[in-house]
Write a protein that binds this ligand. Structure first.
Ligand SMILES: *Cc1c(COP(=O)(O)O)cnc(C)c1O
Length: 386
């Protein structure tokens, strides 16, 4: 006879690592960004598996919330999204190469033509196959993707071009939208205004999350929020108005007592200044809890003084010593012994520890933390849209 009924255990309740994704918060964040987009329609960027949160659940949520213009990085992502977003336009930001036509045509994906070579290739495709929608990405200063401004203006002025050679959307991308004080935003805006004017009657799009916060001048016809939908910080130095979406938690494997003078973790880079209690937690850099979040033992700590903090038993607790592949050590000495136990969960980020605070401790941005979460999390999606 057994005293355990294994079937009754919800894997989420006992998982070493778990992730809670609040789909209702994603829908609410999208509505908030749609409202901030003013007269422009708001699309949604769901590249990289919806910033690591899961293209299926996120795609369905956004589609049901009303998104009809999605942006992905790669055609494969678009093909996956197509089954959840039957009526939407799906733009593929990396554009198209020869030989890749089938995945676009079969899934009704819109290539975002991103270079002179792609444009030449695409004009040949249109000449052969006739009308098929595409978007034109114009470089206004990012120097990543986009045809040169002059080429775009020349294309617009080419009266010999058949009507079917017109893009359905012209777009560009701001490089410093997260810095509202940057004068370069204004310069890119002026360049893009020339593009939008040259392609009069064709929809235009300039702003990702950050650009939406720059105000109505930057909104044009369609906006492309990404990170803000997932609760991330879009603008530097401003309180983040978005609802948090993700909570990452890891279980305490054991709580150890350690003596004053002893060291902690690889390299012995942290020496205990007091009798301590240490929580050994089952998340490491293989789970995207970056080594650069370590409490000590990294050159980065000379630049950004503190490593990351976790949250447990109602308190913030610091990471001490180096983060390892599968484990991280938190100093829980200040938590009364009866309030914390092996098996408890430490919040790595979520409602109490903002994602972007953790990212800053690691010298990076929330985007990178989200997209690097790794495969070991047990996931739970909350979908009450309230
Ligand atoms: C990633 C991306 C976006 C979304 O950016 P966020 O900062 O996440 O809102 C929009 N447009 C383009 C071209 C992108 O590459």
């Amino acid at each position: 006879m057994t005293t355990h009924d294994f079937n009754e255990t919800d894997p989420f309740d006992v998982a070493p690592l778990r992730l809670t994704v609040d789909l209702g918060a994603i829908a609410e964040n999208w509505r908030a960004m749609a409202k901030r987009s003013g007269n422009a329609r708001a699309g949604a960027v769901v590249k990289a598996d919806a910033y690591g949160l899961g293209i299926e659940d996120v795609g369905i949520t956004l589609y049901e919330a009303g998104v009809r213009d999605f942006f992905v990085a790669a055609a494969e992502e678009g093909a996956t999204l197509r089954s959840f977003a039957p009526e939407a336009r799906i733009f593929v930001l990396s554009g198209i190469w020869a030989g890749r036509e089938p995945i676009f045509f079969e899934n009704d994906l819109v290539p975002v033509i991103a270079s002179e070579e792609q444009l030449a290739f695409w004009m040949g495709v249109l000449a052969e196959h006739g009308d098929y929608p595409y978007a034109l990405h114009v470089d206004t200063g990012f120097n990543r993707l986009g045809v040169p401004l002059e080429d775009a203006l020349a294309l617009a002025d080419d009266t010999s071009r058949p009507a079917s050679f017109s893009p359905v959307l012209v777009m560009s991308h701001l490089h410093s939208g997260d810095n509202p004080a940057s004068l370069l935003n204004r310069q890119q805006l002026e360049s893009f205004r020339r593009v939008a004017a040259a392609f009069e009657g064709i929809e235009s799009s300039l702003s990702a999350s950050a650009g939406i916060f720059l105000g109505p001048d930057y909104h044009f016809d369609l906006t492309r929020p990404g990170v803000a939908l997932y609760g991330g910080e879009a603008v530097n130095g401003v309180a983040n108005p978005m609802r948090p979406v993700v909570k990452a938690e890891a279980r305490i494997i054991q709580i150890r007592n350690a003596r004053q003078g002893e060291t902690v973790s690889y390299g012995g880079t942290y020496q205990l200044s007091r009798e301590s209690r240490l929580a050994i937690v089952s998340a490491g850099y293989a789970d995207g809890y970056l080594r650069s979040l370590s409490g000590s033992g990294l050159p980065l700590r000379h630049v950004v003084r503190d490593g990351a903090f976790g949250y447990v038993a109602g308190r913030k607790v610091p990471v001490i010593g180096r983060i390892t592949m599968d484990m991280t050590i938190f100093d829980v000495t200040d938590i009364p012994e009866n309030e914390i136990h092996a098996g408890d969960y430490v919040e790595l980020f979520g409602d109490n520890i903002p994602l972007d605070d953790v990212a800053r401790a690691g010298g990076t941005i929330g985007y990178e933390l989200l997209t690097g979460l790794g495969l070991r999390y047990e996931r739970r999606y909350l979908d009450d849209d309230s």
